[in-house]
Design a binder for this molecule. Structure first.
Ligand code: ARG
Length: 459
């Protein structure tokens, strides 16, 4: 069955049908298509095009179609065509009225918006679960000290809780981006017609309310040609994956022999077919790998949309695979990351030793000198020389007694030797957003509250 045909003398070639059909992926819009068509049927009744009995019959049959299992032999052009065909098969003539004053252009936009709204709801819950897993690790080991890095070089000591909260912040911003994408999608295009606005006096606001939208799109040309909501979604998904990928990269390093800070659970690692000793972080590597695909989805739709003349063009059918792919990969990666997170155990001794033994406390010492009136440049120079000397002598920071320190340079005083303890160094950073235990505890309390708010806020 076709939704068009009168103007044609012959049907489409088999190649064109195969090339242009989208049912194998837009089948996923079935529930949304039915929901939209039911709301539209109610409006057709109000407009006097359907009788109450017809509307009832149509809505009931649509409900049944929504529950039908996918038929692999169906050869309809797309999901919209399939639904109309099944409706016709079920109830006969009244089915033809459902397309009165409605175009597939508004229908596909409507379905896609409904579907993206649902997807965002699900992804937000996944994000919240991963954020919770971070806080669980912080509750267990939040006060452990480890090196913070710049340039992959040990820089200054930080608390594990502080480190976890950095990832919490990134995921929190991702949640906000998904909420923004939700808002762009949350407008009903129904009543826009093919491009010029429907020729029937439909109450667009009422249809929008019926479908739980917060409002209507303002311009019919824009409504037909717009996929910003899909791009906003893809951007939010790509950013989420980017953050997961950075987390994965850290943890791949931290769980390797060279760092040894983390032990990943057996349940998220795999062995080697040849090397018996191996325990590989494949789960994290796959998260990192999938990030490329999701970023590619965003790129693909950006380029598809670039330069398209107003309004609808069939190019836009390419939007769905990008969005579905990004949604699936992001959801699976969030789920995987939470399982990895809950399986991992911090090696306290290794992390603390790494912070202690590599002069991550050097900045503290220089700042202590500066706060006693030594000018900053001289302070930096002196501590730099102390580090060099230590390396020459094979000394660790803690090997410097107060006497040895004051003997090294008169600017040092005996109390400064205490600062060579990484934990003391951490305590100094008591500004908001800093790594001092008091600040991290506050930040964790606040994070718990924010997570509750995220969970409570219904989209
Ligand atoms: N399958 C089409 C799509 O996804 C539906 C809209 C078709 N409209 C049209 N005028 N060909 O974009």
């Amino acid at each position: 069955m076709k939704l068009w045909g009168g103007r044609f003398e012959k049907g489409p070639s088999e190649v064109f049908e195969r090339f242009s059909g989208s049912l194998h992926y837009d089948r996923r819009l079935l529930a949304a298509d039915v929901q939209g068509s039911q709301a539209f049927a109610r409006e057709l009744e109000r407009a006097g095009i359907l009788t109450a009995a017809e509307r009832e019959q149509i809505c009931a049959a649509l409900g049944e179609i929504a529950a039908e299992p996918a038929d692999p032999t169906a050869s309809d052009e797309d999901i919209h065509t399939l639904v109309i065909r099944r409706l016709k098969e079920k109830i006969g003539a009244p089915a033809d009225k459902i397309h009165t004053g409605r175009s597939r252009n508004e229908q596909v936009s409507l379905d896609f918006r409904l579907c993206i709204r649902e997807t965002i709801r699900a992804l937000r819950l996944r994000l919240a679960d991963l954020m919770e897993a971070l806080l669980e690790s912080a509750a267990r080991d939040g006060e452990v000290v480890l090196p913070g890095y710049t340039h992959t070089r040990r820089a200054q000591p930080v608390l594990w809780g502080h480190y976890l909260l950095a990832h919490f912040e990134m995921l929190g911003r991702d949640a906000t981006r998904f909420e923004q994408a939700y808002r762009t999608a949350d407008l009903s295009p129904l009543g826009s017609g093919a491009l010029a606005g429907s020729g029937f006096p439909f109450d667009r606001e009422r249809m929008a309310r019926d479908l739980g939208f917060s409002g209507i799109t303002r311009n019919s040309l824009d409504a037909a040609g717009d996929r910003d909501f899909a791009l906003d979604f893809l951007y939010a998904a790509a950013m989420t994956m980017l953050h997961l990928s950075r987390l994965a990269e850290d943890w791949i390093l931290y769980s390797g022999e060279e760092f040894g800070f983390l032990e990943l659970g057996d349940e998220v690692t795999s062995g080697s077919s040849l090397m018996p000793q191996k325990k590989n972080p494949d789960s994290l590597e796959l998260i990192r790998g999938k990030t490329g695909r999701v970023a590619g989805c965003l790129q693909a739709l950006l380029i598809t949309m670039k330069g398209l003349p107003l309004t609808y063009n069939r190019d836009m059918q390419e939007d769905k695979e990008a969005v579905f792919e990004a949604a699936d990969q992001t959801e699976a990666s969030l789920e995987m990351a939470a399982v990895v997170m809950r399986s991992a155990r911090l090696n306290r001794a290794r992390s603390e030793a790494a912070a202690e033994q590599s002069w991550t406390q050097a900045t503290e010492l220089a700042e202590a000198l500066a706060s006693r009136g030594v000018d900053a440049r001289r302070a930096h120079e002196l501590v730099g020389r102390l580090v060099l000397e230590s390396q020459r002598l094979g000394r660790q920071p803690r090997d410097w007694t107060p006497e040895a320190l004051t003997a090294f340079a008169p600017e040092f005083d005996a109390t400064m030797a205490e600062l060579l303890d990484a934990r003391r160094a951490v305590e100094n950073h008591a500004v908001p957003g800093g790594t001092a235990p008091s600040m991290v505890r506050q930040a964790l309390d606040e994070a718990r509250r924010r997570l509750e708010q995220l969970r409570a806020a219904r989209l």
